[in-house]
Design a protein around this ligand. Structure first.
Ligand SMILES: Cc1cc2nc3c(=O)[nH]c(=O)nc-3n(C[C@H](O)[C@H](O)[C@H](O)COP(=O)(O)OP(=O)(O)OC[C@H]3O[C@@H](n4cnc5c(N)ncnc54)[C@H](O)[C@@H]3O)c2cc1C
Length: 469
């Protein structure tokens, strides 16, 4: 029997535990998941206290990546799946809600005509974007180096594309400033397009895929009727009770003479373990590995996280002139507001409070609010309310409000990210049966975290016969 410890009970650690469940049930593996806090799920957390579903962290997963739906199905929760009702979002620019033109995932106009008709770009901005047709290839990229998405696009297409399209779209997806976002780690396709076609606009023209024929278009995002925490609760309910150790922050990891691993938590030594899944955030991993695995610990310390706060607000109503026919709106960085966006959760997903009204999720980032994690709830709430007052004209008090802080929840895929990931992966591979999982690696989205969690579990148990059905 193989003994495996999973460090971190976010969605990645849970996916690893779920993948190992058949081996654990057949007695071929003993699995223990150590979670620092008193609850599982990590960034995934649904607040149901107001009677409405309010997501404190992620609110959906991508339909085009199969890992999320597969896990939901394995949990027997297919009927809980719901599609986004009002896709798309507005940009709040110069006092108005302006619809986004059709854009690519990185926020580029999907076609020349969508760029020509966009109200988010001035005539001068459109002309500058057309300059992409003549801009030579980036020398840094040609040398195989990494650059930021913001610098790359600014050089090719100018400031307005960056600030009014790519910044809110790609920055909104990664919840960060795109001038700090690694192009190679997040949108490697753009580097490829430049390499093959030189101009991105030419590449878009030449590579345009014809729209799919027939059938209703599927929603790009899915969630669960009672919130994403139901997935966490579903997994937890199906794991053996003694497999989960909450309120057990791992303080150190060491290796015994026999080559097995030992964890220290709450001043007690746990183990021995034959294998480890490391799925806690990088700063925590760096701290727990620093004594016995200093090189790996140093490599983990190279990753940065950007703090983020989500404020859940329930209002009895919002002013009638607000369109509310999309999922919400984003705020570009050049608008002098403390918020970076608002999700209209009731319109987006149908998450309605029992007494009626609207659920809003307001995002506040560190860039616009330095030191945000140390601000009081009252101060954060005041900034969120100022944001919705200026943009949506809501001045009354919310019926319910709650502040959700995310410290080390979202790793920054900063320039050089692929090299940093390759380094932690290769250092971890020097130790037998140590596998990495989670948002740090090749995608912060839930589907990617589930994938890396399951892959880590499979890697550790490779060669151990599957139990017969
Ligand atoms: C506000 C927000 C909105 C997001 N929106 C979306 C979205 O809509 N769609 C999407 O796909 N993704 C979204 N994401 C990203 C996604 O939610 C996360 O990337 C993902 O949930 C991370 O999962 P994880 O298991 O890798 O890490 P985490 O969720 O961070 O889990 C790590 C766990 O490790 C635990 N831990 C820490 N230290 C220790 C220790 N010493 N010992 C033991 N355990 C420890 C933590 O308590 C935590 O539970 C969002 C993220 C945030 C923060």
């Amino acid at each position: 029997m193989i003994r495996i410890a999973i460090v971190g009970g976010g969605i990645a650690g849970l996916a690893a535990a779920w993948e190992l469940r058949p081996l654990a049930e057949s007695g071929r593996a003993e699995v223990t998941l150590f979670e620092a806090s008193e609850r599982l799920g990590g960034a995934v957390r649904t607040d149901r206290e107001s009677g409405a579903v309010i997501e404190c962290g992620p609110d959906s997963f991508l339909a085009r990546k199969p890992e999320g739906i597969t896990l939901v199905r394995e949990m027997g929760m297919d009927k809980e799946l719901i599609e986004v009702r009002n896709p798309g979002s507005y940009l709040y620019l110069r006092g108005k809600f302006r619809p986004f033109p059709p854009v690519t995932p990185a926020g580029l106009p999907a076609s020349l005509s969508s760029m020509a008709h966009s109200h988010l770009l001035s005539p001068a901005g459109k002309l500058r974007a057309l300059g992409d047709l003549f801009v030579p290839r980036s020398r840094s990229l040609s040398r195989g180096e990494d650059v930021s998405l913001g610098d790359f696009l600014r050089r090719r297409m100018g400031r307005e594309i960056v600030e009014h399209l790519a910044g809110p779209v790609a920055g909104g997806t990664h919840l960060t400033d795109i001038h700090e976002l690694s192009l190679r780690a997040t949108y490697p396709d753009l580097a490829r397009m430049e390499k093959e076609h030189r101009s991105l606009l030419l590449a878009l023209l030449r590579e345009r895929t014809p729209p799919a024929q027939g059938g209703a278009p599927r929603s790009p995002f899915l969630t669960l009727r009672n919130g994403l925490s139901s997935l966490v609760e579903g997994i937890e309910a199906r794991l053996p009770a003694n497999a989960v150790r909450k309120s057990s922050p791992v303080e150190t990891i060491s290796r015994g003479d026999g080559g097995q691993y030992f964890l220290r938590t709450g001043g007690r030594e746990e183990g021995p373990f034959d294998g480890l899944v490391l799925s806690a955030p990088a700063p925590a991993l760096s701290a727990m590995l620093s004594k016995s695995f200093p090189e790996l610990a140093r490599a983990f310390s190279e990753f940065r996280y950007s703090p983020l706060v989500v404020v859940g607000l329930v209002y009895p109503q919002v002013p009638e002139n607000i369109p509310l026919d999309k999922g919400g709106f984003m705020v570009p960085r050049d608008e002098p507001l403390p918020i970076s966006g608002v999700s209209w959760a009731t319109r987006k997903w149908g998450f309605a409070p029992p007494e009626g009204g609207e659920v809003l999720r307001v995002y506040l980032d560190e860039k616009r609010n330095p030191g945000i994690l140390s601000l009081s709830d009252e101060e954060i709430l005041e900034r969120a309310r100022k944001g919705v007052a200026t943009t949506m004209g809501i001045t009354g008090a919310p019926r319910y409000s709650r502040v959700y802080r995310h410290g080390a929840a979202l790793p920054q895929y900063a320039v050089g990210h692929p090299e940093r990931v390759a380094r932690v992966r290769s250092l971890a591979a020097q130790w037998p049966r140590v596998a990495l999982a989670g948002a740090l690696l090749e995608g912060v989205g839930l589907a990617d975290c589930i994938r890396t969690g399951r892959e880590a579990a499979r890697r550790l148990t490779k060669g151990i016969a599957e139990p017969s059905a």
